[in-house]
Design a protein around this ligand. Structure first.
Ligand code: PEP
Length: 251
């Protein structure tokens, strides 16, 4: 199955609106000739509208880093799917390990957020991954099995058509430690096989599975050479337009 590579930048809690728009504009220029990779950036909520303006003539697409599942209401500090869409987003990162670790996100809330994203025509980038302790205890596959089954509970194969998965081993995020391409491939294949068991061959073959965790210009080519690695979710290295463009132009 030919899956189109997808490379996304998660800007976390970095950059003011002006800084984000400047980086986005520069990136759009640097990757203007790239036609074989889908590129998405996810700046902070406050910068979405300005970044949308900066990239709207380019092929770079916009994503949010989170959302809340309700449409509107007394939910101070939260952002609805409709608001994210109105800011120009087509994508939304859901269940990032930092949200799970610091903000109490659970497999259940992740499930509701994925549902809300799909209902509002946003493509969810559904993040999963094990901690170092879980890997050391040989629990990686159990953890991923649970995260996937609970995160995607109640969905039909059709619902899952647009979904993108991101395997992000927590021990590799922002640490400089990258999973080897062999480790990434082993897990991606496990994920694809599980998707096949749960939702059938067609979906398992078409869903894109990204790797995330200290991806940089030096390791992207090797990671992308793995048959089940369909792209990358990049944190730190996506904050710099030159570096991120180098990653996007890995071929
Ligand atoms: C991330 O934030 O999703 C991530 C993978 O970060 P980093 O690339 O900095 O490890």
């Amino acid at each position: 199955m030919n899956r189109r590579p997808f490379i996304a930048g998660n800007w976390k809690m970095y950059k003011t609106s002006a800084e984000a728009a400047e980086t986005a504009k520069k990136l759009a220029g640097l990757v203007s000739g790239v036609t074989n990779v889908d590129v998405m950036i996810a700046p902070p909520f406050t910068a979405l509208a300005q970044v949308h303006e900066a990239i709207k003539e380019s092929s770079v697409m916009l994503g949010a880093q989170n959302l809340f599942w309700e449409k509107e209401g007394a939910f101070t500090g939260e952002i609805s799917p409709q608001m994210v869409v109105s800011a120009g987003c087509r994508y939304v990162i859901i269940g990032h390990s930092e949200r799970r670790q610091y903000f109490g996100e659970t497999d259940l809330s992740v499930n509701k957020k994925i549902r809300a994203a799909i209902t509002n025509n946003l493509v969810p980038v559904f993040c999963i991954g094990e901690t170092e302790k879980e890997r050391d205890a040989d629990n990686t596959f159990n953890i991923l099995d649970k995260q996937i089954k609970m995160g995607l509970e109640g969905f039909s194969p059709d619902d899952l058509q647009p979904v993108i998965l991101a395997y992000e081993p927590v021990w590799a995020i922002g640490t400089g430690k990258t999973a080897t391409s062999g480790q990434a491939q082993e897990v991606h294949l496990f994920i694809r096989n599980l998707l096949e068991k749960l939702f059938g061959k067609k979906i398992a073959g078409s869903v894109r599975i990204l790797y995330g965790g200290s991806v940089k210009p030096e390791n992207i080519k090797e990671l992308m050479s793995m048959p089940d690695v369909d792209g990358a979710l990049v944190g730190g290295a996506s904050l710099n337009a030159d570096k991120f463009a180098e990653i996007i132009k890995y071929k």
